[in-house]
Design a protein around this ligand. Structure first.
Ligand code: AFP
Length: 333
């Protein structure tokens, strides 16, 4: 099989399609190297003594797993010296991480959820890393305000999935590509040159234990899926819920589906569980670039103007026709 590596793909995007400047290519390659190191730690688990709680909480007030902290450190230390970044932001840090003065600064802002699906780490279920790249506004201080750009401003987005294979899925605005880590050579090999989401699906992903807290539009939509052939949809549906967004989104990128973490009434102060800047936005860019749709139920996620770095957002994304149906039910409600 003629092997196209990540570097070759990025150089061709840069040279033939003028899609990405050289500094963005170099930045993506740094992240691709960092997630290989995270994959090694995730793969070693108990052997490396990195399972279990870290004994600390993150900015969300959630107990951190040791691997959350390890993955965050790997991303910071891999990215701070390259000279491509003005600053970084992470789910695991309250404030943006300023590039130390001993290193040059660059034009990009890197945001990441270093280890998404932490509750699955200790039970050996797939977890992932999600990242997003923005440009730092010209002449702006690389503080929290510089990050507060709508998802349409992303210049690249991607995720690593630490499962039976370690995968890297990426978009630079010209479709979605997937790479598989060849552990023998330590190289990313292009295995999915054009990932497309089927517009229709029979598979949905939602945490059904929250049903009593859902909005009426979601209750109506899910109720119809559960009614299957006997209901208004006239066909049966299947449900999957990994509770690692990266795994659920990768499945729908591969075979279609709709993923939902809607707003619910458990905690009215939280408009949803997932974070806008480093979970919803990068995944929405990837899903749209693959022909899918991503909505809060009321608006396109990528159009949302962020107000806080760690703000949460309702998420409905995946097969376009299903996402549009949910949005229609919100409009009718
Ligand atoms: P953790 O990283 O805390 O496990 O959260 C994972 C996540 O942010 C996202 O990856 C999942 O889709 C979602 O939360 C799972 O939430 P529930 O545990 O409420 O189902």
């Amino acid at each position: 099989m003629r092997r196209v590596t990540l570097t070759q793909y990025l150089i061709e995007q840069q040279r033939e399609h003028q899609r990405i400047p050289v500094n963005l290519r170099l930045q993506i390659e740094v992240v691709a190297r960092a997630v290989k190191a995270i994959s090694v730690n995730v793969g070693k688990g108990a052997i490396a003594g990195v399972l279990g709680e870290a004994g600390t909480d993150n900015v969300q007030g959630e107990a951190q797993k040791q691997l959350d902290v390890v993955a965050n450190e790997i991303l910071l230390l891999s990215n701070e010296w390259g000279g491509h970044l003005a600053a970084m932001a992470s789910e695991e840090m309250p404030l943006p991480y300023a590039i130390p003065n001993r290193y040059p600064k660059g034009e990009y802002l890197l945001l990441f959820d270093p280890l998404d699906g932490s509750s699955n780490i200790d039970v050996n279920i797939s977890v992932g890393t999600i990242f997003s790249v923005l440009r730092c506004p010209e002449g702006a201080e690389a503080d929290e305000r510089a990050f507060l750009q709508p998802g349409t401003q992303q210049v690249a987005a991607g995720y690593a999935l630490y499962g039976p294979q370690t995968l890297l899925v990426l978009t630079v605005g010209d479709g979605v590509v997937g790479f598989t880590l060849d552990r023998e050579f330590g190289t990313w090999v292009l295995t999915n040159p054009d990932m497309r989401i089927p517009e229709d699906t029979r598979e949905y992903a939602i945490n059904a234990s929250n049903a009593r807290f859902w909005d009426p539009a979601i209750r109506r939509y899910i109720g119809e899926l559960v009614a299957g052939k006997e209901g208004p949809r006239g066909k049966d549906f299947n449900m999957r819920w990994v509770a690692s967004m990266v795994a659920d989104v990768h499945r729908l990128l591969t075979r279609g589906g709709i993923f939902m973490y809607p707003r619910d009434k458990r905690d009215p102060s939280k408009p949803g569980r997932l974070r806008l800047m480093y979970e919803a936005n990068p995944m929405s860019m990837i899903v749209e670039q693959a022909g899918g749709a991503a909505s809060t139920g009321y608006q396109r996620i990528l159009d949302v103007q962020p107000e806080q770095l760690h703000q949460r957002i309702p998420v409905v994304l995946g097969s376009r026709n299903e996402v549009e149906r949910v949005a229609q039910y919100y409009a009718e409600a």
